[in-house]
Design a protein around this ligand. Structure first.
Ligand code: MF3
Ligand code: CO
Ligand code: CO
Length: 253
């Protein structure tokens, strides 16, 4: 459900977000050593589901608006919302974004990283490094009184200066007991524009950066978003809380 009101979380709610965020980060860390040539994206999904249940949590993506699996696995030209599949076997040189969102005591921890399968090509390596730096630069803008547009501007300036493009069709989002809520956090934009950030606001920053065009196509499965030119796309995501004196990254192990 998407709501228009930006909520300010209480300290009690922030504590629940910290628990969910930490579990999300630990899940990604747990899956990382499985990312090798020969593994299927379904095997990654099934281990994520098993591990999540073993930690008394739930997988938010499963059945979310009809999404059929527990995590998103987005390989190479897939921008986001890739569906794990037994027939999709990772191979040397691929890049894969794994996006996890466990629910702990009703609260959501949403984080993703792009991993290399074996040794990346030079352009894949640069794209993934630039995308991680985009997330860092976006996070560096987060403080009470700053504007949502400051985040997008910082990301867009850096990505485009490196010769890459910023996806427009998917944005960061408020997250709490609701998976996707206000505010929207575009990864492009203008400094000084947009809503003001206030302590207790919790949202994701999750830039999707493309090697070529920023334009998106959604495949016939209704979920898998790919680059229109089928060139590479990378993504990193953290869930963040605005604090009195800056920002707290909630999705760290
Ligand atoms: N975790 C994704 C995000 O960052 C959302 C996945 S929704 C799903 O917002 F339905 F595709 F799982
Ligand atoms: Co998200
Ligand atoms: Co996510």
């Amino acid at each position: 459900m998407k709501t228009d009101t930006i909520v300010i979380l209480s300290n009690r709610e922030l504590d629940k977000m910290r628990q969910a965020g930490r579990l999300a980060a630990e899940l990604l860390h747990h899956l990382e050593p499985m990312v090798k040539p020969g593994v299927s994206t379904l095997e990654l999904n099934d281990e994520a589901e098993r591990w999540t249940q073993a930690h008394n949590a739930k997988s938010a993506p499963l059945n979310y608006k009809g999404f059929p699996k527990s995590i998103c696995t987005s390989v190479n030209e897939v921008i986001c919302h890739g569906i794990p599949n037994a027939k999709q076997i990772l191979k040397e040189g691929d890049i894969i974004n794994i996006d996890v969102t466990p629910i702990v005591d009703r609260y959501h921890g949403d984080t993703s990283k792009t991993f290399f399968v074996g040794t990346p090509s030079p352009v894949a390596k640069k794209l993934v490094e630039v995308t991680e730096e985009c997330l860092r630069r976006g996070i560096a803008e987060v403080k009470s009184g700053a504007r949502v547009g400051d985040i997008g501007a910082a990301i867009q300036e850096y990505a485009e200066a490196q010769g890459f493009s910023v996806v427009r069709d998917f944005v960061g989002h408020g997250v709490s007991h609701i998976f996707h809520t206000a505010p929207e956090i575009p990864h492009y934009g203008t400094r000084g524009k947009g809503k003001r950030l206030r302590p207790g606001m919790v949202f994701t920053i999750e830039p999707m950066i493309n090697e070529g065009t920023w334009e998106v196509e959604v495949l016939k499965d209704g979920w898998t978003a790919v680059t229109r030119d089928r060139k590479l796309s990378a993504q990193f995501e953290h869930t963040l809380a605005v604090t009195e004196d800056g920002v707290e990254i909630l999705t760290l192990p």
